[in-house]
Design a protein. Structure first.
Length: 172
């Protein structure tokens, strides 16, 4: 099975980070906005497209922040590349965002998205994030997304809610 490249962003406004929720049956988990790179797309083009599809936000893609693999024992392999990003136009309601609801974000164009939410750093650390890189994201955020690129290696973790332990990371 060939590795699949997934791109994602750390996009912040008013001390909040933009996340998207996916649901597989009754299991709900969070991801940084992003998705799979299509044939012929550059990493930046794919990242920009995926963020727009999932959140409705047009983003300027910045520097690479985090690289990690999610390699399942059965062979599925995702290579995750996380970039810094800024909204091209400040998201509506982002100045002084007090709520962690989807307010200030356009409805997602991607039907796989269950919710789009701005979260605080503390909230991020309490959510189930796929891949499980909340600590690395929080560290990059605390450093103003200006530090060294974090290379995390294989971060695959079994999903305890599934009998087979397999995770279902987004790699569209």
């Amino acid at each position: 099975m060939e590795p699949r490249v997934r791109v994602a962003v750390c996009l912040t406004a008013a001390e909040r980070l933009l996340l998207v929720a996916h649901r597989k049956g009754t299991h709900r988990y969070w991801l940084l906005p992003g998705g799979g790179v299509e044939v012929g797309e550059t990493l930046v083009e794919a990242t920009r497209r995926e963020v727009r599809e999932e959140t409705g936000v047009d983003a300027e893609i910045g520097r690479l922040l985090i690289v990690c693999d999610a390699i399942e024992p059965a062979g599925r392999h995702l290579v995750n590349l996380v970039f810094a990003a800024t909204a091209v136009v400040a998201p509506p309601g982002s100045a002084g965002v007090a709520s962690t609801s989807g307010a200030g974000v356009n409805p997602p164009l991607d039907p796989a998205i269950d919710e789009v939410r701005w979260v605080s750093r503390d909230e991020l650390l309490g959510l189930e994030l796929h891949p499980p890189i909340a600590g690395a994201v929080a560290a990059a955020w605390a450093g103003g997304f200006a530090g060294e690129v974090q290379v995390l290696g294989n971060v695959w973790a079994a999903d305890p809610s599934r009998p087979d332990g397999r995770i279902e990371p987004s790699g569209r």
